[in-house]
Design a protein around this ligand. Structure first.
Ligand code: AMP
Length: 190
């Protein structure tokens, strides 16, 4: 199985690149943000629990996220592998991911980290907010909070995978195709 962690700050292009990766490598997309938005739209208890955190750009508690990811992996037994988008966002989530994949007899193949400067992220998110309908994309304070949360709580996850020799940095500015070409080179080396 090919299990890829697509890493990077909000607005780095994880969703866009995921679509290309899934198509080329026939993987299952597991975006925790998309799963939470689905729960929110359906008005489930999980959605109600996540909403307050998401509205402010804060992280949903680890145990909630980990439980949701486990369910998704368990419900997709025939997958060729997963692309984890927006997960893990904390070191405990990364440790839990390793443990869950081990239970299923597999492991993380590698982490791809999209590197994009903060100003570019802010511009992209404000632009996306015009059409995405996402409240967390339409307010500069919330966007700045998400970038700060990424730096403080999520960046250590990169070290976690780097220590395992599973980290690759991708230059995340340029055309979608050129970034995807760089990503493909790394995936083909796994
Ligand atoms: P995203 O679509 O990945 O930008 O996620 C949108 C929001 O969902 C985040 O700002 C968090 O509030 C929540 N969220 C998504 N993934 C996670 C995660 N792995 N851990 C905690 N919160 C998350």
């Amino acid at each position: 199985m090919l299990n890829i962690v697509l890493f990077g700050p909000p607005g780095a292009g994880k969703g866009t690149q995921s679509e290309h990766i899934i198509e080329k490598y026939n993987l299952t997309h597991l975006s925790t943000g998309d799963l939470f938005r689905k729960h929110l739209g359906e008005g489930t208890e999980l959605g109600k629990l996540a909403q307050g955190y998401m509205d402010e750009g804060n992280l949903v508690p680890d145990e909630v996220v980990i439980g949701m990811v486990k369910d998704k992996i368990a419900s997709t037994p025939d997958s060729n592998g997963f692309i984890f988008d927006g997960f893990p966002r904390t070191v405990p989530q990364a440790i839990a991911l390793d443990a869950v994949l081990k239970e299923f007899g597999t492991s993380v193949s590698g982490m791809l980290a999209l590197d994009v400067p903060d100003d570019e992220l802010r511009n992209r998110l404000m632009e996306r907010g015009k059409t995405s309908g996402r409240a967390d994309d339409q307010n500069l304070d919330k966007i700045n909070n998400r970038i700060n949360v990424y730096k403080e709580e999520t960046m250590p996850v990169a070290n976690y995978f780097e220590e395992q020799g599973k980290f690759s940095k991708i230059h995340g500015v340029g055309s979608i195709d050129s970034i995807f070409t760089e990503i493909s080179v790394v995936i083909d080396s796994y």
